[in-house]
Design a protein around this ligand. Structure first.
Ligand code: NDP
Ligand code: PYC
Length: 338
């Protein structure tokens, strides 16, 4: 007897979309949220896959997200395009803004999409890949809620603030990295807690500011930035660009707004896209071809490119389906309330 179930990407998408329709999300929000969650599960990104459904449903039940909100695009023809999510989950807002971002980036060489007032739960690479698929390079970043101590500090102030970057590659999957600026995503700590396993040393402080490997104490205390002062500085930059600069909440403000870390944070997001041909015009060589030389040199040393594991997992999921444990299947059943 097997305790795993294998579902096709399409079948899991149908199940997850149904969960969010039943939970009261608009058709656009249900579809976009499900697409991002299933992409995470399909690519082996467990911290942003179906495990997230529980938190989304709690956030909907708590009235901290607007389930029927329709994100509104403001486009004054400049290179800053804005979508006010009006309290919706971020993927619907990105879906509405992305076509204008692509068009404007091709026209002007660089353009930015500002998403305001969204509830954010997702990995950033699905958005980055939507842009690299259109031949653009892109960066995305957002705050979160205050759970990370700045280097040298002991109390939560910064968010786990993810930043992602992508570069298009002809005839192959893009170069994409997507990292939390904390030493690990908060979702990873939650997964350790559920599994009853200790955290690696150096991930977190307890509420007294002492190092801990206990996930419960870490969740009550503070996580640490990656790379000490370097991660702390990048996380601060994200607070400035994707919080303060876009007139939205910083991580401490997002925590004040929500009053808890058990629901998903409400804040903004900044996505910047670049047209490599426009930047390289009149200079040496084709930028995409030159990038391949760099990637070959990285691979030539036996190193791997970021997202290579993810793309390999995606291929396996497409061929053989997505394997879910009995506990994961039970969580899907529980989530599907009638
Ligand atoms: P990981 O440390 O697991 O991975 C980060 C990146 O590094 C991935 O692109 C990964 O590629 C790559 N990578 C890992 N190992 C190697 C290696 N040996 N060589 C080259 N590249 C490597 O991710 P994090 O825990 O930092 O973040 C996980 C996710 O959490 C992200 O998607 C992020 O967006 C999300 N997140 C979202 C937040 C939000 O507020 N919305 C907050 C914080 C995090 P690969 O996938 O192929 O392994
Ligand atoms: O994993 O740190 C995280 C996270 C916070 C919000 C969404 N993901």
């Amino acid at each position: 007897m097997t305790d795993t179930t294998t579902l096709s990407v399409e079948d899991l998408t149908g199940i997850v979309t149904g969960i969010f329709r039943t939970a009261g999300l608009s058709e656009l929000q249900a579809e976009r949220v499900a697409a991002v969650i299933v992409a995470g599960e399909r690519d082996g990104c467990k911290s942003h896959g179906i495990y997230r459904i529980d938190g989304l449903l709690r956030t909907i039940d708590a009235g901290k997200v607007a389930p029927m909100a329709v994100p509104e695009l403001s486009d004054d023809g400049s290179s800053v395009i804005r979508v006010d999510a009006n309290g919706a989950f971020s993927p619907a807002a990105f879906h509405i803004g992305a076509p204008v971002l692509v068009e404007r980036t091709r026209q002007q060489g660089i353009a930015a999409l500002v998403i305001n007032s969204c509830t954010h739960f997702s990995a950033l690479w699905p958005e980055i890949e939507a842009l690299t698929d259109r031949g653009l390079a892109a960066m995305a970043m957002c705050p979160s809620y205050a759970t990370v101590a700045p280097t040298g500090g002991t109390r939560p102030l910064l968010g786990t603030n993810p930043i992602a970057f992508g570069w298009p590659r002809p005839d192959q999957p893009p170069y994409v990295f997507d990292i939390a600026t904390s030493i690990a995503a908060r979702g990873e700590i939650e997964l350790h807690r559920r599994a009853g396993t200790d955290l690696p040393e150096g991930w977190a402080l307890d509420r007294d500011g002492q190092p801990t490997t206990n996930p419960d104490r870490a969740l009550e205390g503070a996580m640490l930035p990656f790379g000490a002062h370097k991660g702390s500085a990048i996380a601060t930059m994200i607070e400035l660009l994707a919080g303060v600069m876009i007139g939205d909440l910083t991580s401490p403000e997002a925590l004040d707004f929500l009053g808890t870390t058990s629901l998903l944070p409400h804040h903004g997001e900044l996505i910047i896209a670049f047209c490599p041909d426009r930047f390289a015009a009149g200079r040496r060589g084709d930028p995409l071809a030159r990038a391949e030389v760099l990637f070959d040199a990285i691979l030539g040393q036996g190193a791997r490119l970021p997202s290579q594991r993810r793309f390999a997992t995606r291929e396996i999921s497409r061929r053989r389906g997505i394997q879910l444990s009995a506990a994961e299947m039970e969580s899907l059943r529980q989530a599907h309330r009638t």
